[in-house]
Design a protein around this ligand. Structure first.
Ligand code: DC
Length: 222
């Protein structure tokens, strides 16, 4: 099994590029952020705050989380419900970021992620894949872009979907999540020492993919 670990901040194009890379290589694509989002969704639905550790632990103990692959697409099943269409809202994004700082949440998701990589060749993206989840991954990429470039991409995505947004708000959100994700005590977002930096600030999607592919092939020795 081959593992490609891709970490980086929100909006760096990780999921789009990782999905395409997986298809190209014939590997499965695992979007680990979706798992944190599913937990965030359940916490919102149950009105549970991250400060209430007892309630979080209780919630996890009664949570069945599963990933399926349908036509190569990852489907997140939360308590037997497909939640793919419900986990991309700004509220869930923020809750996912907040609850991902909790050790209980990270422990809950760790084995699941490792097992996927044990059984399949994967392109796995997240924040701590190269540092914590798959420290022995053959290929480690840290994919990033400037906060403004990432905010502009997110903003354009929202506009395309017909969702009203302000660029300034999107930028603030991104900066807040960057701060949260990189300042938490456990498994913070940071480049693994042996990861290769891929910066897409000045690149469009096509150029970013070509750079990523070239970097991955070089690291994999292909
Ligand atoms: O990649 P994303 O935006 O869908 O991730 C949602 C949140 O989940 C993000 O703010 C941080 C957290 N996350 C994490 O802590 N570790 C991961 N491996 C993936 C995501």
């Amino acid at each position: 099994m081959v593992a490609v670990a891709i970490d980086g901040p929100a909006g760096a194009g990780k999921s789009t590029l990782a999905r395409r890379l997986a298809k190209h290589k014939g590997f499965i694509y695992v979007d680990t952020g979706a798992l944190y989002r599913a937990i965030g969704l359940k916490m919102l639905r149950n009105n549970i705050s991250c400060d209430d550790l007892k309630a979080v632990e209780q919630l996890l103990a009664t949570t069945e989380l599963d990933i399926r692959f349908i036509d190569g697409e990852q489907v997140v099943m939360l308590d037997n419900e497909n939640v793919n269409g419900l986990i991309r809202t700004p509220e869930v994004s923020m809750m996912a970021s907040d609850c991902s700082a909790l050790p209980a949440v990270r422990a809950f998701l760790l084995d699941m992620q490792r097992n996927l990589a044990k059984r399949n060749s994967v392109v796995m993206d997240g924040r701590d894949i190269g540092t914590v989840v798959l420290p022995n991954a053959k290929v480690k990429i840290f994919l990033t872009a400037s906060p403004l470039a990432r905010a502009k991409r997110r903003f354009n995505e929202l506009v395309e979907k017909g969702i009203k947004a302000e660029l300034e708000e999107v930028l603030k959100d991104i900066e807040q999540r960057d701060y949260n994700d990189s300042h938490r005590a456990i498994a913070p977002l940071k480049q693994a020492e042996d990861a290769t930096l891929v910066d897409t600030t000045e690149l469009d999607l096509e150029q970013s993919f070509n750079l990523l592919l070239k970097t991955v092939d070089t690291l994999a020795g292909e």
